[in-house]
Write a protein that binds this ligand. Sequence first.
Ligand SMILES: [Zn+2]
Length: 432
Amino acid sequence: MPQRLLVEADLTWTDSAFERGLQVLIEPDGRVGSVGAGLGRPDVALAGRALLPGMVNAHSHAFQRGLRGLGERYSRGPGSFWTWREGMYGLACSMDEQTMYDLSRQAYREMLEAGITAVGEFHYLHHGATGRGFALDEPVLRAAAEAGIRIVLLECLYRGGGVGGPLQEAQRRFSCTPGELWAQLDRLAAMLDWHTQALGVAAHSIRAVAPDEIADLHAEAARRGMVFHMHVEEQRREIEDCVAALGEPPMAVLNRGLRVDGRFTAVHCTHTAPADADAFGAAGGNACICPLTEAALGDGIPDLRRLRSAGASICLGTDSNGRIDLVEEMRWLEYAQRLKLEQRGVLTDEDGRSAAALLRAATLGGARSLGLCSGRIAPGHDADFLTLDLSAPCLGGWTDQTLLESFVFGGGEEAIAGVCVGGSWRERQDRT
Ligand SMILES: [Zn+2]
């Protein structure tokens, strides 16, 4: 972006409310310089729009976009996570560099259309048919750059098939040694666009990596200042297998063996026991919930209240990308709890507001999980925004005081007018 840009929308979200008359100065480095009233004559007047922080998708497997429309027929009786996984492995085994690029670009374009400006790509499908060489890593970064989304590529270690078990055939495409992973991270670092791309580290799950290797990987990631992600306790069988092999559930293994902090994100936490949630929250970990995927796979519903009260930071992910709409994820984060507990307003902020708490999970929560300085319209933060079309039918009847609730509980990606990523603006395709 060549020059400073002063923008003014009808309404601007300031963490707690929409305000009128605010201007946002975007610096040439793609960050917010200042926010306030009367900064000058705006270069861009966003008439009929509201300006919000861009949403952060903390957990995605972009290639699984290729499964959309599949796997919803059950001629042999009810399915499960494990039967779904067989279909996913079929897709994984068919992938090459071109399909990885095409599916990733498709997913990232849809994310931008849906107001998502940053994605944490939990990337474990590294290899093509040869089962080595990391040929499927670089296409993901290239797809993100082409789409224009900010990405944190979470390079994932995958070693075994089941707790202590050998690799299955399909899992050969995921597998590498820790040494190979770190060497690959160094190669990838040399090809990043540091304005919009960063690297993190992941251990796939307790099913795929032994506890001592998880601890070593996490310690090295911490030494390098990188965020660390891991699937944790999505399925009861994972917990049963872990207890049988190691004597305790995965989250207990992690709490005891790792120095968990704000750079650690446990994805799912669907069946985490209360005491383990308490220890994880007290350490300041992030819990990434993916309500639509967890519903689609029949995983279960996490104990969100326990995780939050213990101190865990909540964020959201579109995970399998069967549907890409973080507003819908926000809504179902809360609705699943309401259905489970037969209560309303389970996830609220300090003022008892549900929509504001959900937006915080979808912005600041995701940014914390990915180590990004975004999720807030404030000086020094990335100029990553979304704009709402205030004339969108789904928002009809809004007031300054109810707009956020109209958006979160009555709207969705159809209300998004455009996004800005690091100062680069992009209008939604069907509105230009
Ligand atoms: Zn996942």
